[in-house]
Write a protein that binds this ligand. Structure first.
Ligand SMILES: [Zn+2]
Length: 255
């Protein structure tokens, strides 16, 4: 082999080796995806990319998260064709309140480029209790948040509480409870005993938490409709509570 031929031979060998290396990497990636080794790919990735405003790196990363909001109770919750109003106090109906809350929070989240799934979006839409978890899982949601308002036989119980069922839900529950309490104390001063921040409660028996165990899921009781102070903030500070949840969700995904 003369020098010209040898140099040609080396070039061809280099090209061939590069081709083999590319093929090995490509098949490795394909195998990895097939085996589920790679991070779960959200459907939003195949959609049109959201153009980040300014240089907000946050917008680029948050667009891939899907948040399932579950307004508690409503049509066919427990019995087909029957509207379950949840807690009722005079004209206040829990099911109506949390539906409005979820819709508004959904808009706030969409503005931050999250995808939002609602388990029900009107008072007429059937939403059986046992279907809610499926809604979240079938839509590839990353987290599930069930929204409720509490009621008690007396009027003394007050403040938000956040329930979770397994250890991998707890972090989300802590962020949500913490931001709700922080927001209320920003508005009303240091009103709560320090124990309130720790009202993050393990409750493995709630149906919506049992049926969403594959993803971090929590049930939030925003306050007690049976307590006059809570009624006041539920009715007059709703958008502030929604902002608190938005902040909690942002912090959770950034942590
Ligand atoms: Zn409820």
């Amino acid at each position: 082999m003369n020098i010209a031929n040898y140099s040609e031979f080396r070039k061809r060998r280099k090209r061939m080796l590069r081709g083999i290396a590319t093929a090995i990497v490509a098949s490795g990636v394909a195998l990895g995806i097939a085996l589920g080794c790679y991070k779960h790919i959200e459907p939003s990735i195949v959609q049109e990319p959201v153009v980040a405003q300014g240089s907000e790196q946050q917008s680029k990363t948050l667009q891939h998260y899907v948040v399932c909001l579950d307004p508690g109770h409503g049509m066919s919750n427990r019995t087909a064709g029957v509207y379950d109003p949840g807690a009722v106090y005079n004209s206040f109906r829990e099911a109506d309140y949390v539906l409005g809350f979820a819709q508004e929070l959904g808009l706030l989240l969409k503005n931050k480029t999250y995808e939002v799934v609602l388990t029900r979006s009107s008072e007429h839409e059937d939403c059986p209790l046992y279907s809610r978890g499926n809604n979240a899982l079938e839509s590839n949601s990353n987290i599930f948040i069930s929204l409720h308002v509490n009621a008690a036989p007396g009027s003394s119980a007050s403040g938000p509480r956040t329930f979770y069922s397994t250890e991998h839900d707890r972090e989300l529950a802590i962020y949500i409870q913490g931001e709700l309490v922080r927001k209320l104390e920003q508005i009303f001063g240091n009103i709560y005993p320090s124990s309130l921040e720790t009202r993050v409660i393990r409750e493995p028996d709630f149906v919506v938490l049992r049926t969403t165990q594959q993803i971090p899921s929590v049930l939030v009781e925003l306050g007690f409709v049976t307590n006059s102070f809570d009624r006041q903030y539920l009715l007059t500070k709703r958008s502030e509570l929604e902002e608190a949840l938005l902040t909690a969700i942002n912090k959770y995904f950034k942590s």
